[in-house]
Ligand binder design. Structure first.
Ligand code: ZN
Length: 217
């Protein structure tokens, strides 16, 4: 087990090892089904390390991680994840973000299939995983956008509000969520926290049923 902590942008080998380890841990928690998800880190030479397209994230090796530039363009002869553009967009808007995880959370898919608006997370102790949140007694909006295979179009939609998000995360309907942090450790913790709260929301709906008026209106 390696530490996922780091101080600012890192070298490629460190980034690749943190990305591979995050994949193993997320897979063990059911957050990397099939070859889904993509992960990245900011490098200390201005480039970014990102997972290559297609490979299973629970069984990543250093060769499954590659370098891209700030526009998401490949800096080596490999094909980056299809959603690399969404990673570079986050790094552009959040200079303190050094790690990003995107996971196909089952709970996130279930919830976004049951509602149309954003997801409201209120009263959870786990909200304190987000930077700046000091108490459970808050209501946090997890912004939701429609899924599409058109990454530039999705990035355009996100561009309208990504700089003003209340927490470093958003969710794509029927798909999964993005979360980012100062290092892979912080990012991973928030990833677990978001999945925990979304799972709790699903469990509550199983007991209480989906309200006729809809959710979080
Ligand atoms: Zn995805």
């Amino acid at each position: 087990m390696i530490s996922l902590k780091s101080d600012g942008p890192v070298d490629f080998d460190t980034a690749a090892s943190h990305i591979c380890e995050a994949g193993r841990l997320l897979d063990a928690k059911g957050m990397a089904p099939a070859s889904s998800g993509n992960y990245s880190m900011r490098l200390n030479d201005g480039a970014f390390a990102v997972t290559v397209s297609g490979n299973h994230k629970g069984r990543l090796h250093i060769q499954d991680v590659m370098r891209v530039d700030a526009e998401g363009k490949a800096l080596e002869e490999k094909k980056p994840s299809a959603e690399t553009l969404l990673h570079t967009q986050i790094y552009k808007h959040y200079p303190d973000a050094n790690a990003i995880l995107h996971v196909h959370s089952t709970a996130g898919v279930v919830l976004t299939r049951l509602m149309h608006g954003d997801i409201m997370l209120a009263g959870y102790e786990m909200l304190k995983a987000f930077p700046g949140v000091e108490t459970h007694a808050v209501k946090v909006r997890l912004r939701a956008v429609d899924n599409t295979q058109d990454m530039p179009a999705l990035a355009n939609t996100l561009e309208e509000f990504i700089a003003d998000l209340p927490v470093p995360a958003y969710i794509i309907r029927d798909h999964g969520f993005y979360v980012w942090g100062k290092d892979m450790e912080a990012c991973f913790n928030m990833c677990e926290a978001v999945d925990h709260m979304l799972t709790a929301e699903v469990e509550i709906l199983k007991i209480k049923g989906v309200p006729k008026k809809g959710l979080w209106k």
